[in-house]
Design a protein around this ligand. Sequence first.
Ligand SMILES: *Cc1c(COP(=O)(O)O)cnc(C)c1O
Length: 389
Amino acid sequence: MADAAVREFGQHASATLTVDLVALGSNYRRLADTVGPDVVCAGVVKADAYGLGARRVAPALHRAGCRAFFVAHLDEGLDLRQYLPPRTAIYVLNGLPVGGEGDCAAVGLVPVLNSREQVDAWSACARKLGRALGSVVQVDSGMSRLGMSAGDVAQWTAAGGAAAAGIDVQLVMSHLACADTPAHPANAHRLAQFEAIVRHFPQAQRSLANSSGIFLGPAFRQHLVRPGAALYGINPLPMRSNPMAAVVGLTARVVQIRDVGIDAHVGYGWDFRAAQPTRLATLAIGYADGLHRALGRGGALYFRGRRLPVAGRVSMDSLTVDLGDLPPDALTRGSEIEVIGHHQSIDDLALAAGTIGYEILTGLGQRYQRIYIDDKDKRPAGPSGDVLQ
Ligand SMILES: *Cc1c(COP(=O)(O)O)cnc(C)c1O
């Protein structure tokens, strides 16, 4: 096969996902400025940088000054290693999968050790290689998810702890279950428990805060913060206005327009019935692209600021919007409709779908044309809105 026959996917896509790497960099610097020079601001790029493409997002964060990265899986870390300068710190949140120690050590990834079993596996690997291996220790977050309990840590310390295991504990971390609810008593409680348990690791740095945790105040920031969502423009302060810049745009093109009479039904199950004659537009974007079926009940897209309610159920590959009283020729085949943008943030879309921005982003799917805006493309706009030369 001639190479020319291989096309980049998305050339004919009828929906476009735009990732503004300049806004991403400014969000990173904003968070780094918030925590100040004495606290390390890492970047969480798990789940392919929340669906936005870790291979592009992580190097952009590095250019913005980020020097520590968190992924969830070892495989994500192995892939990311190739796209970041050698020796950039990459931490693996879920720790060591069974049999994964060798690969993890070979490329210098640092596992987050969540249990005594993971400690033992890393320790055996260190003995085999004849050198101390770097690690993070996670202590249980009160979420009963990952991490060692206070009892596990005490037992381990009694058995000689990290030194005996040949492990260099660089960082001790935990996670906040209720950081997005600042008044929740779980936050202060977790902080107190964390401060008690880290005494077992006097040499190690400490980390507790995700995006929302940063805004709980300096006590929660410790030595290193781990924002993900806020970097991508999700609001870390759910009840207040969003301090982060928008990073993600999503538009879909009109595939077909039709006029329907009163009583016309739209979509599977005939959930929607036209109460009066109206005009409909169908877009080639559906639940396989992350537009949740729940948007069929009250969700909307936007065209030049006009709200276009979703009509009927969202299909796998398409959905239909009601154009209502939009002027007849305002839209044609190929017109771009806003899914995420100035009129509808990620958080707005998530609210309409009954979920959170995290699930929207990580569910976006692979069928979009993806456009990454970086410094080369984006120059300051002049007074007329034109691009300055
Ligand atoms: C995902 C994750 C983060 C990032 O959380 P955000 O809310 O996206 O900032 C931080 N720490 C851990 C342990 C995580 O799993």
